[in-house]
Design a protein around this ligand. Structure first.
Ligand SMILES: [Mg+2]
Length: 214
């Protein structure tokens, strides 16, 4: 039986929605400390992220209000990582999970393991996949493109890589490690790499615009 494995961020749900959800949690935390309405703080963080990326959002918002300190930046980051995200599946992801519900389904995702686990919970995915492999649990060196957890899936299902298809969005790391082993690869063209074209080694065997094409 074919085995279908999905990436999480920007494949099954829009990662930016997690970022914004986190900003709202941090804004709620900072609001009483800065005496600024949470909505205004969140809007400031969202604008800051859109203009300059994620790296300095908390530093810059705290600076704007004259309250920068290392401790408050760290506390903001904790509030961000520990918040319970309010996020939803892409509509085509919802349809794909329903359409392929009879197949063995898995998730393979990198990133902070507790953060990723909270996303899986928020999206109610635990009951819909056999397992969500958080590569971080196996050591940082097992993050994609390392094929370790994909090999675990093969062992668990008793299948060869040719029977396993990975659907992801990240041309830097999603496909390059598993292609040489014979896994099938599909890229959904969205997220940060939607408009990039990768070289042969990094590109998926097939590119789709929507999971409805799976
Ligand atoms: Mg991704």
């Amino acid at each position: 039986m074919p085995v279908l494995v999905f990436d999480l961020d920007d494949t099954l749900y829009p990662e930016l929605s997690y970022v914004h959800s986190g900003f709202r949690a941090v804004a709620a935390f900072l609001s009483p400390l800065l005496s600024v309405p949470a909505d205004a703080l969140a809007a400031g963080m969202i604008a800051e992220e859109a203009a300059h990326g994620r790296g300095q959002v908390f530093d810059n918002v705290l600076r704007q209000h004259g309250r920068w300190s290392k401790a408050l930046v760290a506390a903001s980051l904790r509030a961000y990582r520990q918040h319970r995200p309010k996020i939803s599946l892409f509509p085509d992801a919802e349809r794909a999970l329903a359409r392929f519900a009879d197949l063995p389904l898995y998730i393979v995702t990198d990133g902070h393991k507790e953060v990723q686990a909270r996303k899986v919970t928020a999206l109610s995915l635990s009951g819909r996949v056999r397992h969500a492999y958080l590569t971080n649990r196996y050591g940082r060196h097992r993050a994609k493109p390392n094929p370790h957890v994909f090999q675990l899936i093969c062992q668990r299902e008793g299948v060869s890589p040719a029977e396993v298809t990975y659907v992801g969005d990240n041309i830097k790391k999603d496909f390059v490690g598993i292609k040489p082993l014979g896994f099938n690869t599909v890229r959904v063209a969205r997220g940060n790499y939607a408009h990039y074209i990768a070289d042969e080694a990094h590109e998926a065997a097939r590119i789709i615009q929507s999971l409805d094409e799976l």
